[in-house]
Design a protein around this ligand. Structure first.
Ligand code: EPU
Length: 342
């Protein structure tokens, strides 16, 4: 058995039976017998994955690197190996005068993970820059390319969380950046900047994130633990009438997105601690491995407690944004047996 503690950013104490590293497409082809016959899951840097138990299958680590740049008169086209670190890629873009990703500074994880949950921050979602995603089906060995439309991107969601959930290994993400760049400054901490360069936006986002979000190298966490819930306009109107300062954003014609961090804070849980785990005291949407010694069951207990308190106060069911891995693979939160884990 191998410890997963250093392989995922929450640093929970759990083990995995087998480990495999993918450094080339040939390594992937060589994995096929194993992936056809056994249990496996794929991770990048494990920044959105929670190991709630020892995992009895093979944990496949993505180490596919490399960046290729081509350009025409209007666009930079960048093809990126899925194992590259996300923030290093953002910095590579900036140092090559390719702008667009600066609002997504410091998001933990790999490039290959970015399309899966359509990462987003400070008014920008990565779907805006993704031209296509290349992947290999680990059961059949077949390589495919999906264009942007076929990825079905929406808020923290894509086809890779649904139809293509289990057997896909993303090998490359192909980005397209318009040479004519326009800064995205709608989001509060950025709207005070005047005519900023992309680098200045990057620096500002780093400053704000560093203040509010714990560094996973120091305090284990997985960024936002829950999604911001989407509620009907009717429900939002009632909430806003009762809580005039509740942060809400238009999501569609019929629905609004509500800030889950605000709900958790106003359910009285900011800084709340349960044994080795806690609700972060600077940003309540983040749960942390406070002492470094947490295990999966404590974290599930805390997550359930947060969900229950928010439901009791606001009538809203929070949905985890992170993915959970149990003994035999990924499990939905609702399927986790609270008697065992909670
Ligand atoms: N808020 C509170 N109390 C809190 C936390 C937030 O009142 O404890 C309020 C804030 O004052 C603000 C609103 O809630 O009015 C939104 O908070 P924030 O700007 O911090 O953003 P968020 O909605 O909590 C989302 C993403 C983050 C991303 C930020 C910045 C999700 C689930 N999370 O968080 O993404 O960095 O916006 O744009 O959409 C991640 O996915 O891991 C992540 C960190």
């Amino acid at each position: 058995m191998f410890s997963t503690k250093s392989l995922h950013s929450f640093h929970l104490s759990s083990d995995v039976k087998h480990l495999a590293e993918i450094n080339s497409i040939t390594d992937l082809a060589n994995m096929q017998e194993l992936t056809n016959n056994g249990e496996f899951i794929v991770i990048g840097e494990g920044s959105n994955t929670i190991f709630i138990d020892d995992y009895m299958g093979t944990l496949i680590l993505n180490k596919l690197v490399g960046i290729e740049l081509t350009e025409n008169s209007d666009f930079y086209n960048v093809s990126v190996g899925s194992g590259n670190n996300w923030n290093e890629f953002v910095l590579w873009c900036l140092s090559n005068n390719i702008n667009g990703l600066e609002n997504l500074a410091l998001i933990p994880g790999t490039v290959g993970a970015c399309p899966i949950q359509n990462i987003g921050a400070y008014g920008v979602e990565v779907k805006k820059f993704i031209a296509s995603v290349e992947y290999v089906d680990l059961k059949t060995g077949k390589a495919s390319v999906l264009d942007n439309q076929s990825c079905n991107f929406s808020y923290r969601d894509s086809v890779f969380k649904h139809e293509l959930k289990d057997n896909v290994f993303i090998t490359k993400v192909n980005f397209s950046f318009a040479k004519h760049w326009q800064p995205q400054l709608a989001y509060a901490p950025l709207n005070s900047l005047e005519n900023p360069t992309a680098r200045e936006i990057y620096n500002k986002v780093c400053e704000v994130r560093t203040l509010k979000l714990p560094d996973p190298k120091i305090v284990g966490n997985a960024g936002s633990f829950f999604k911001n819930p989407i509620v009907s306009n009717e429900k939002a109107t009632k909430l806003i009438a009762e809580y005039t300062d509740i942060p809400n954003y238009e999501y569609s014609q019929n629905s609004k997105k509500i800030a889950a961090g605000w709900l958790i804070e106003h359910a009285g849980l900011k800084g709340f601690r349960l044994g080795n785990v806690a609700v972060h005291d600077m940003q309540a949407l983040v749960l942390t491995n406070k002492t470094g010694n947490a295990n999966g069951s404590e974290l599930i207990e805390l997550a359930s407690h947060v969900m229950m308190k928010v439901y009791d106060k606001f009538g809203i069911t929070l949905e985890p944004e992170v993915r959970f891995v149990g003994k035999h693979g990924e499990v939905k939160f609702s399927e986790i047996d609270q008697n065992v884990y909670g």
